[in-house]
Design a protein around this ligand. Structure first.
Ligand code: NIG
Ligand code: FE
Length: 423
C-alpha cells in the first residue's frame, strides 16, 4: 500500500543528521516542516517534505498513492512508551483509596499489598485472560497515538508466572498492531516468603530465571527495582551484570522513593537507561550524563503517589538524554494516556513542548534500542505515523487532558481513522 499524507499544517519530523539520543539543545530541535507531506510505501517512509518536491522525486508513487488530506492538522512519529508494566492481573483502586486516607505506598507494600497484591492476582490469572486484558490496553494506547510499548514482567516473582507474563508479551507482539518490546523484571520485589532470605531469591533470579529468559529469547532487557527495602545496589548490580553476560541489556528502576545511588549504579553498569529518578542525586545525574545513560522519567508516578517530580530540567541542562513514559501499572500509575504524561512533564518538570516531543519519540526509541528504526519521520524508517487534530504542536499541551489523535498509521497501515480503531 502507498500512502501520501498531504498539506499538514506542520510535520514534526525529529530528523537529525546526528545519531544517538538527543541531549541539551538538540532536544528542542524537532525539525518542523510547514505545509508538509509524508510519502509511505509498504511499511517504510519513502520521503518527507513539500508535496511539490515529492511529486517531482517520486511521480509514480505519488500518482498511485492513497491520499490523506491533513490540512489543519499536524503529523508526527508514532509515540513510543518505553516503560510500562503492561501485563498484570487485577486492579488496586482500594490501595489508591487507602493512600488518599493517609497510608504510604511502601507501608501498603510492606503489609503485603502493592506489588505483592498484583503478584498474587497475576499468578491466579490465566494466560488467556492476561492476554485479553493486555490486548484491550494496547488498543487504548494505539488510540492515543502510541505505536511501540515496552512491557516488563515482574508480577510473577516465580518462574512459572514470569514466563507466563513474558509469553503473553510475545503473543501480543505477534498479534497486536502495537510493537511490544519485552523486559524481564524478575527482581521487581522480594517475594514475601523470601523475607530475610533476600540473597536466596537474588540467586534464583540469577541462576535459575535469567538463563531461561535468555535461552527462550523472552526478553531484550533486564530490569531491577533498586530501592531501600527492595533490592540493594549491590544485589541490583549482581542481577544486572548476570543479565549482561547473557546478552540482556540492563535497565534499572532507580532512586524512585529514597535516594539510593541508583543513578550512579546505572552509569557504572552501562545500563541503557535509569528510570524514575525522582530523588536522584546531583552526583548520579552527573555520572549519567558522562555515561550517556538515558533518563526515563515517569511524571505520572510522582503525580499519582504525590511524590516529588524528577528534576527533568536539571538533567537536560546537565546533558542527560531524557525520555518520558507512562509507567503504566496498577499501583503507581494506572493511566494509558501518554499525552497526559507529556503534559505533566511540561507543567511539573520544567520541560519545554519541544523537549517533551523528543522525549516521547526518538529518545524513547533509543531507550528501547530502536532509535535507528523508529522515533522520527525520515526516509527508510518504519512507517509509524500519527496525525493529530490540532493546528500546531503547541496546541497539543495547551488543550490538555484530551486525546487529539485522529489517524494512526502503523507499519504503513491505517489502524486508527477519525479516532476510531479499525479492525
Ligand atoms: O514503576 N517501582 C516499582 N514498580 C512500579 C510500581 C509497581 C506497582 O505498584 O505495582 C513502578 O512504579
Ligand atoms: Fe515501573
Amino acid at each position: 500500500m502507498t500512502i501520501l499524507i498531504k498539506h499538514a499544517n506542520e510535520v514534526i519530523t525529529l530528523k537529525s543528521n546526528a545519531k544517538g539520543p538527543r541531549t541539551r539543545e538538540k532536544m528542542r530541535e524537532i525539525a518542523v516542516i510547514e505545509n508538509g507531506s509524508v510519502l509511505i510505501e509498504e511499511d517504510r517512509i519513502i520521503a518527507v517534505g513539500a508535496f511539490e518536491q515529492l511529486a517531482v522525486d517520486f511521480p509514480d508513487l505519488v500518482k498511485k498513492a492513497d491520499t490523506i488530506d491533513a490540512s489543519g492538522k499536524i503529523v508526527m512519529p508514532g509515540l513510543v512508551d518505553c516503560h510500562t508494566h503492561l501485563v498484570h492481573g487485577g486492579t488496586r483502586e482500594q490501595e489508591f483509596n487507602m493512600r488518599l486516607n493517609g497510608s504510604t505506598y511502601m507501608e501498603i507494600m510492606n503489609a503485603g499489598g502493592g506489588i505483592h497484591a498484583t503478584t498474587k492476582r497475576t499468578r491466579e490469572t490465566s494466560f488467556e485472560d492476561l492476554y485479553a486484558k493486555s490486548m484491550q490496553h494496547l488498543d487504548v494506547f494505539l488510540k492515543h497515538g502510541v505505536t511501540t510499548v515496552e512491557a516488563k514482567s515482574g508480577y510473577g516473582l516465580d518462574w512459572e508466572t514470569e514466563k507466563k507474563q513474558l509469553e503473553v508479551a510475545k503473543k501480543l507482539q505477534a498479534t497486536h498492531d502495537v510493537d511490544v518490546v519485552s523486559t524481564f523484571m524478575g527482581a521487581h520485589a522480594v517475594p514475601r516468603d523470601y523475607k530475610g532470605r533476600e540473597d536466596v531469591f537474588v540467586d534464583i533470579v540469577i541462576h535459575d530465571m535469567l538463563p531461561k529468559v535468555a535461552e527462550l529469547h523472552l526478553a531484550e532487557f533486564n530490569d531491577v527495582f533498586c530501592e531501600k527495602g527492595v533490592f540493594t545496589p549491590a544485589q541490583s548490580q549482581r542481577i544486572l551484570e548476570a543479565g549482561k553476560a547473557l546478552g540482556l541489556t540492563p535497565k534499572i528502576h532507580a532512586d524512585e522513593i529514597e535516594p539510593y545511588k541508583g543513578a550512579e549504579l546505572a552509569a557504572k553498569v552501562g545500563a541503557i537507561s535509569a528510570e524514575h529518578l525522582l530523588v536522584a542525586s546531583d552526583e548520579g545525574i552527573q555520572r549519567m550524563a558522562e555515561a550517556g545513560t538515558i533518563a526515563v522519567l515517569l511524571p505520572g508516578t510522582a503525580f499519582f503517589l504525590r511524590a516529588p517530580f524528577a528534576r527533568g530540567r536539571l538533567m537536560i541542562d546537565k546533558g542527560v538524554p531524557v525520555a518520558i513514559s507512562t509507567d503504566f501499572n496498577p499501583g503507581s500509575s494506572p493511566t494509558l494516556s501518554l499525552p497526559f504524561i507529556m503534559n505533566l512533564a511540561c507543567m511539573h518538570m520544567g520541560m519545554t513542548l519541544e523537549e517533551v516531543l523528543t522525549a516521547t519519540t526518538i529518545n524513547a526509541a533509543y531507550a528501547l534500542n530502536r532509535g535507528e528504526q523508529i522515533g522520527s519521520l525520515e526516509a527508510e524508517k518504519q512507517a509509524d505515523v500519527v496525525i493529530l487534530d490540532v493546528a500546531n504542536y503547541k496546541q497539543l499541551q495547551y488543550f490538555y487532558g484530551m486525546n487529539h489523535t485522529n489517524t494512526v498509521i502503523k507499519n504503513g497501515r491505517i489502524v486508527v481513522r477519525d479516532g476510531i480503531l479499525l479492525n
